[in-house]
Design a protein around this ligand. Sequence first.
Ligand SMILES: [Zn+2]
Ligand SMILES: [Zn+2]
Length: 156
Amino acid sequence: MYINLNDLGDIGGKKNVSMEIEIADLNFRDQEVEIKDDIKLEIEIYHTSDSFLVEGEMEVNLILSCSRCLENYRSSALIEISEEVLKKDMEDLEKLFIDEIIVDNIILSLPIKPLCSEDCKGLCPQCGQDLNEAECDCEIESIDPRLEKLKEFYDD
Ligand SMILES: [Zn+2]
Ligand SMILES: [Zn+2]
């Protein structure tokens, strides 16, 4: 999606842009990021001598996959945008390609370890049961590290 810069005026000019944009789902670090609704963008664009400044925020609704229980969950965020697009990097000074700015800012906002909730119990490492839904009967062995040493000794 291009934003028209024709009506921005000379250096020092600015304009408000309020729009909804559809962005395709992303794939980032092997993680599918589904973009649920159109993105609500509220920005101001300033014309400077060698660039266009883009300042504002956007509202995004994503579907992420929890790194503990692997369930998909909905994540809504208000993301601040502050970008400078240099004129020398633009093909056409009358059009600003906004998709790349949006995608970059979504990726920057993604959690390294997405969690459906802070206290997600995750999956049982033995049987794979989702421990948020039900307990399982596995006994998770936790051997005292001192006993572990002793065990190694006898195993030899
Ligand atoms: Zn989870
Ligand atoms: Zn289990």
